[in-house]
Design a protein around this ligand. Structure first.
Ligand SMILES: Cc1cc2nc3c(=O)[nH]c(=O)nc-3n(C[C@H](O)[C@H](O)[C@H](O)COP(=O)(O)OP(=O)(O)OC[C@H]3O[C@@H](n4cnc5c(N)ncnc54)[C@H](O)[C@@H]3O)c2cc1C
Length: 671
């Protein structure tokens, strides 16, 4: 339905009403639309800007969006009701508009429901799991029901007692030969499923991770995934044996509807264990079949989805902070004029590294996502490259979610008091990305998985067995960078690659040396802090290489190539200065060189980038509807928007609050 062709940006420069923002836009050295198209266009690009623009226009045109107050003024229940109404309507509208492509549908749903699409785990994770882990027969039976939202599911893995260590999950599915069914129980308090999104009030099914026992309780067969109905199709009532509800209030994600689930002798037919990778027959015989590596594919898919959501949040946060800093004046210069806060080097020091990191993450994400999608076309290649993809997606999620959380906080603070208003948009972003540090696997746990992969590759390198090593780790077998100064972009890539190589080799050798005196477990635990460090170093190397390649793709000597190159330098040098101990200790750079980079090169880059800061965030082409921020709106009418939002506060509906009427009338009862 939505064909790919060049579309107009959401806003034109003359939509700017604030004169200071207009001046910023007029003084940019490159064409914003050219950068937008260069970065985000193409049907294989995960942001496919031209299609996305059309979908946004379609989604926001619906009258439902003007029927409610801003979300901050709604009670949790009102908010939930609107979120469900909008989510159901989004599905109806997507069908009416014949939006069939899964990626386009997911965008449409997200935007239509103001990023609170109630069935997001169903559409992203559960449909994917059914497609990849169900047998052909099961797919035929369940996929159409799930695709038409008759079955709405969530992914129920985490329990009260265990999250990271899934081998210890305690929910049980015991095969009962006489009825050809599984009997499912959460036998202990700690085996209660706890946290799954959309579980509390929304879904009618779960994809349940449970320990399988067959043919009876004495034969554990490990964790398997089961499709379990928990609510009645007609009444939405919990089914017999099911206790389900919402967990207590979260830091954010109020609408994530995270729930708990207790199951007491719930029976499901044998055919509802997902059977592509393992099967149970009528006699209760358990077989493993299919390639278990496909499970990694599901994890990679889900992590990529999560990284995508952080990146949208990060582009929103930096857009708000930079646009606001361009209209906000504070302090007086010697000429008696007020200073724009974006002109303070200290404000630039906060925001320009955030902006460069946003670009670095986006560029790397586009590379990773495109690679993942291309690989999926060829199952043999895909399975071969899955360990590398798994390590990269775990490392990216582990690294980027904690950095995003920190940067969102910097953006929040950089907007001063107004940044603390929910109406700034930054509070919601900051709190939502915080949850991403734990959801889908704790950050340090994921970074340790990346480190394990790096150790394996290092072993291959040491054993000269490098025929199949992935491109992201190819630097491990390259000669070290031998220059003493960084002259160009590639020098910086080589510098970071050499640092990672030396760090990985160092820890690998140390662990090998202790292998005669300690157990593998002890060696891993005792070195885990350095292992997380090498995983981060590897990811930094990967980001920098991807950024370098993208600068190389920009039209030579163009103004966009120059702006991207400056962002590359900021990202790279800023990262380098944060990790200066490594570069000095490994004798790759001297302390004096780093001092020079930090005190001269970086501020020089800030000054060069300064005229383009607004244009660089405009290039993300976010619609005001998506930003939902009084501070970040395109036209720059910030103060007008803040006053309008304040006046809408339902607390202002009484000229005198009833409690004061009681006080003044002397009718307030004494406590
Ligand atoms: C917003 C949100 C949404 C979620 N949605 C879902 C969902 O839809 N479905 C679902 O099943 N679950 C969901 N979860 C649960 C989530 O997957 C788990 O919280 C996550 O996997 C971390 O596990 P945990 O909470 O048990 O933390 P723990 O593993 O208990 O971690 C606590 C601390 O111990 C440290 N730690 C743990 N193990 C190690 C180790 N091996 N080495 C070093 N340090 C370690 C961690 O770094 C962390 O600091 C969600 C969670 C959140 C916050």
């Amino acid at each position: 339905m939505v064909e790919h062709c060049h579309t107009k940006p959401h806003y034109q420069i003359n939509d700017t009403k604030n004169i200071h923002l207009l001046t910023e836009r007029q003084s940019a050295t490159f064409d914003v639309e050219e950068l937008t198209q260069f970065m985000f266009s193409g049907s294989e690009n995960p942001f496919d800007i031209n299609t996305r623009r059309k979908l946004i226009r379609l989604a926001i045109a619906h009258p439902i969006h003007s029927t409610h107050l801003p979300f901050e003024y709604l009670t949790a229940d009102e908010h939930y009701s609107i979120c469900i109404r909008k989510s159901l309507l989004a599905i109806q509208e997507a069908n009416r508009l014949n939006i069939t492509n899964q990626k386009h549908r997911a965008w449409f749903f997200d935007i239509f429901a103001n990023y609170y699409f109630a069935f997001y785990i169903h559409t992203s994770m559960c449909l994917y799991a059914l497609e990849n882990i169900a047998s052909e027969e099961q797919k035929q039976k369940f996929l159409p029901l799930a695709q038409s939202f008759h079955i709405i599911a969530t992914y129920a893995q985490t329990e009260l007692g265990h999250g990271t260590d899934i081998r210890r999950l305690e929910t049980e599915a015991v095969f009962d030969r006489t009825t050809d069914s599984f009997i499912i129980n959460t036998p202990k308090l700690t085996s209660t499923k706890f946290w799954p999104g959309s579980l509390g009030r929304t879904v009618n099914h779960v994809l349940l991770m449970a320990q399988l026992y067959t043919p009876d309780r004495d034969h554990p067969c490990g964790l398997q995934m089961f499709l379990v109905q928990i609510r009645d199709f007609k009444t939405h009532e919990p089914l017999p044996g099911v206790e389900v509800g919402e967990i207590s209030t979260r830091f954010a994600h109020i609408l994530g509807d995270n729930g708990y689930l207790r199951l007491n002798n719930v029976r499901i037919p044998r055919t509802q264990m997902l059977m592509r990778l393992a099967q149970v027959d009528e006699q209760g015989n358990f077989h493993r079949g299919g390639d278990a590596r496909l499970l990694y594919g599901t994890m990679v898919h889900e992590r990529i989805r999560l990284i995508n959501s952080f990146l949208i949040a990060l582009t929103q946060a930096i857009t708000i902070a930079i646009r606001y800093s361009a209209i906000r004046f504070q302090g007086q210069n010697p000429n008696g004029n007020e200073t724009k806060i974006l002109d303070y080097p200290l404000q630039q020091e906060k925001l320009i590294p955030c902006l460069s990191t946003t670009y670095a993450f986006l560029i790397t994400f586009i590379k990773l996502d495109t690679y993942f999608n291309q690989l999926k076309m060829n199952e043999k290649n895909y399975l071969k490259q899955l360990p590398e993809l798994h390590a990269l997606s775990a490392g990216f999620k582990g690294y980027a979610s904690s950095v995003t959380e920190r940067l969102a906080q910097i953006c929040r603070i950089s907007c001063g008091g107004h940044g603390f208003l929910v109406a700034s948009g930054l509070v919601g972003i900051r709190n939502a990305v915080d949850g991403g540090c734990s959801a889908e696997g704790d950050n340090v746990v994921l970074l340790q998985q990346t480190a394990r992969y790096l150790l394996k590759v290092m072993q291959q390198v040491e054993e000269n067995n490098t025929k199949n090593i992935g491109s992201s780790v190819a630097y491990l077998q390259m000669p070290l960078w031998s220059s003493t100064t960084c002259m160009n972009l590639n020098d910086y890539c080589r510098l970071f690659e050499s640092r990672s190589q030396l760090l990985i080799k160092e820890i690998y050798t140390k662990m090998l040396e202790s292998s005669s005196s300690s157990s593998p477990y002890d060696i891993f635990i005792n070195n885990s802090i350095q292992l997380v460090h090498i995983a981060k170093a590897h990811m930094e190397t990967f980001f920098i290489r991807a950024f370098y390649e993208q600068v190389g793709r920009a039209p030579q000597h163009s103004t966009i190539a120059l702006a991207l190159e400056q962002l590359f330098y900021v990202f790279t040098i800023h990262t380098l200065c944060n990790q200066s101990t490594d570069f000095i200790r490994l004798k790759l750079l001297s302390a004096d060189q780093i001092y020079e980079l930090e005190t001269h090169t970086l501020p020089d880059m800030y000054a060069r980038l300064r005229p383009n800061l607004v244009a660089l965030v405009d290039a993300f082409d976010l619609h005001d509807f998506e930003l939902n921020s009084c501070l970040g709106r395109y036209d720059g009418q910030v103060y007008e928007a803040l006053m309008e939002r304040a006046r809408l506060n339902p607390s202002n509906r009484h000229r005198v609050h009833p409690v004061w009427l009681s006080v003044k009338q002397g009718t307030l009862s004494k406590l």
